[in-house]
Design a protein around this ligand. Structure first.
Ligand code: DGY
Length: 325
């Protein structure tokens, strides 16, 4: 029998050398191609106790069947919607994620979207760049002030609160709606509203909630219909929170003024999907946490989560800590 055998782990995430070395010091590491299809990853996990990955990994019961020795699945993301957490819990697998360290990055992107939509930044930039200004063509119409407008935040967790603080500093009024009635401890002062009332009162509606069975398509045709005709929808959370077909219709008919989307129902989108090309939509390729510093902090936290569980310690960010109890 081999004594003190290092636990085997599979890394399906691009990692800096120092973080890789931290893992290799205590684990037997197998590196999986992060771009490869999941079928390849599934073949590489039959004997591993830990997996470090991204939301590209769809962990359902078949995935867990392929990794019978698994003790920890550490995802380098705050969202863990592609992971069947109850199934992981049943199998004694600790799921960990990376909350907190990306709050500011996502809040800043949300603010950038508010500015871009309200001030028509992209239309004006392309008017200048394409020579429209030089040719004295008709400029894009005027933008709108941000101060005095109302932002409705759906999901008053860490990121929703961070966005609220920032827009209040810009003179915006804020509302929030969530599954809970009382504001979380430490949350900024903001008025709570049932979802329908928030949609009807807001000039900007921003989504900051988790994706799960109860929030899937929480914004559909009926909800879009409740929004003000001049309102904007912002989604930096998860694409399937919004019924994208209904949103496309609402944007095409001018039922709402516009949308800023960092996430879509299918990522990357189908090349035929026109939502990314609508004139009143600005769309980004899921860059909410995509700054050097934030991504590094996420990777550090994900590695810490992995190593702590393997060492029998409580990790900093478990999703299902009951497995360790
Ligand atoms: C997250 O951390 O959940 C980001 O959306 C990346 O998936």
């Amino acid at each position: 029998m081999i004594l003190n055998e290092k636990p085997k782990v599979c890394i399906a995430l691009t990692l800096e050398d120092d973080l890789k070395a931290q893992i290799s010091a205590v684990c037997d590491v197998r590196v999986a191609d992060v771009r490869a299809p999941q079928t390849e990853l599934v073949e590489a996990i039959y004997d591993v106790e830990g997996i470090l990955g991204t939301p590209r990994i769809r962990a359902d019961s078949k995935f867990f069947d392929a990794a019978p020795k698994l003790r920890v699945l550490s995802t380098c993301s705050v969202g863990f919607d592609p992971i069947d957490v109850p199934e992981a819990t049943r199998r004694g697998v600790v799921v960990c994620h990376t909350p907190g360290v990306l709050n500011a990055a996502v809040a800043n992107l949300t603010l950038s979207m508010i500015f871009a939509l309200a001030l028509k930044l992209f239309e004006n930039e392309s008017y200048a760049r394409s020579g429209g200004w030089a040719r004295r063509e008709k400029p894009p119409g005027l933008g709108r002030d941000i101060q005095g407008k109302t932002l409705g935040v759906i999901g008053f967790g860490r990121i929703g609160q961070e966005v609220t603080r920032r827009v209040q500093a810009l003179g915006m009024r804020t509302l929030w709606s969530d599954v809970f009635d009382h504001p979380p401890e430490g949350a900024p002062e903001s008025e709570s509203r049932p979802l329908d009332a928030l949609l009807a009162e807001s000039d900007f509606v921003s989504l900051h909630t988790n994706l799960g069975p109860s929030s899937h398509h929480m914004i559909g045709a009926a909800e879009l219909n409740r929004m003000k005709p001049g309102a904007f929808l912002i989604n930096t959370a998860r694409g399937p929170l919004v019924d994208q077909k209904a949103l496309s219709r609402a944007l095409e008919t001018g039922q709402i003024a516009g949308a800023a989307l960092d996430v879509l129902e299918s990522e990357p989108p189908d090349p035929e999907d026109s939502i990314v090309r609508l004139p009143n939509v600005i769309c980004f390729p899921h860059i909410g946490s995509a700054t050097e510093e934030t991504r590094r902090a996420m990777r550090e936290l994900a590695v810490q989560n992995l190593l702590d569980v393997l060492a029998g310690k409580l990790p900093p960010a478990p999703v299902n800590p009951e497995v360790l109890a």
